[in-house]
Design a binder for this molecule. Structure first.
Ligand SMILES: NC(=O)c1ccc[n+]([C@@H]2O[C@H](COP(=O)([O-])OP(=O)(O)OC[C@H]3O[C@@H](n4cnc5c(N)ncnc54)[C@H](O)[C@@H]3O)[C@@H](O)[C@H]2O)c1
Length: 275
């Protein structure tokens, strides 16, 4: 018996990084998996990797009609849905507010919060009735940025804080049938998180930062010895998505590698592993 036997799961933003790692892990746990992804190029790669094993839907989480089309496709293929995973996101480029031209502020706000907050809200609205039929689950992705400064710029931080609050409220509204929880990762190895078009940063990705620099910075703050891969975060999502979770709703698990368990004086693990 595997964790996700008999579970049909839709992953939003499963084209790379965290969502892709979740998809791979969920398949290994017996789930039937669908992915909604905006990028045509990533969908081509997914088709090569998964063939017919995964239902692939091209769409934008900020468009209600794309989410409704995904719902139709999932129900036509699998007849039900047991879990909705929100793993989509974009970054704000970590630009300080004072460096953003005033005329761009509203555009950056709209772009980042549409994908990172509205997309989660729309998806919850589109899928709640079907999830209610299966006593299903929603698992959304926040970030350590929701809890402390310097996990992103202002807009990303605001968005991830909002996701955390959305989880609280939806757990209340969707009880008792649908459990709503979240995961707040810190760093993710191999992330392709993109910046906003409104700042001309849509081609800037987190993966452009040299891996060694990013890892060293990360290990100077954390207590576990590696920058986690998407697959290392995925079991948390599997548990929260599964019917094994009968005890939690409205919670966000902070998967921070010990980051917040520091009142920083020394260089921590970076010293111990000789970085
Ligand atoms: N990278 C990190 O260090 C980190 C840390 C904490 C939390 N997160 C969060 O984890 C989640 C996954 O990010 P990732 O780091 O794996 O980045 P990623 O870019 O590799 O994955 C995000 C996916 O979402 C897709 N996407 C973007 N906009 C979309 C839209 N409008 N509609 C549908 N799909 C869309 C992207 O194409 C991409 O495939 C995000 O919510 C991110 O904020 C990332």
């Amino acid at each position: 018996m595997q964790m996700l036997d008999d579970h049909v799961v839709l992953i939003l933003g499963g084209g790379s990084g965290l969502g892709l790692g979740i998809a791979r892990h969920f398949l290994g746990e017996g789930a039937r998996v669908a992915i909604l992804e905006i990028s045509e190029n990533k969908l081509t790669d997914l088709a090569t990797e998964f063939g017919d094993d995964v239902l692939l839907v091209q769409g934008d989480v900020t468009r209600i009609e794309d989410l409704e089309a995904a719902r139709t496709a999932v129900l036509e293929r699998f007849g039900r849905i047991d879990a909705l995973i929100g793993a989509q996101g974009i970054f704000d480029g970590n630009i300080p507010l004072r460096d953003i031209p005033t005329e761009q502020i509203e555009k950056v706000f709209d772009e980042v919060l549409h994908v990172d907050v509205l997309g989660y809200i729309l998806a919850a609205r589109v899928f709640v009735d079907e999830l209610e039929k299966t006593d299903g689950a929603i698992v959304f992705t926040s970030s350590t940025a929701a809890y402390a400064a310097d996990g992103g710029g202002l807009f990303y931080t605001a968005a991830k804080g909002a996701v955390r609050s959305v989880i609280n409220q939806l757990a209340f509204e969707f009880a008792p049938k649908v459990r709503v929880n979240g995961v707040a990762p810190s760093g993710i190895a191999g992330s392709q998180l993109q910046g906003p078009r409104a700042l001309g940063l849509e081609n800037n990705k987190q993966s452009d930062i040299p891996v060694e620099d990013f890892t060293n910075q990360f290990l100077s703050l954390t207590l576990t010895p590696t920058l986690p891969t998407p697959e290392e975060y995925a079991p948390l999502y599997a548990y929260l998505a599964s019917r094994h979770n009968t005890t939690m709703t409205g919670q966000t698990i902070i998967a921070d590698q010990g980051l917040f368990n520091r009142a920083v004086i020394s260089n921590g693990v970076a010293d111990r592993v000789g970085q």
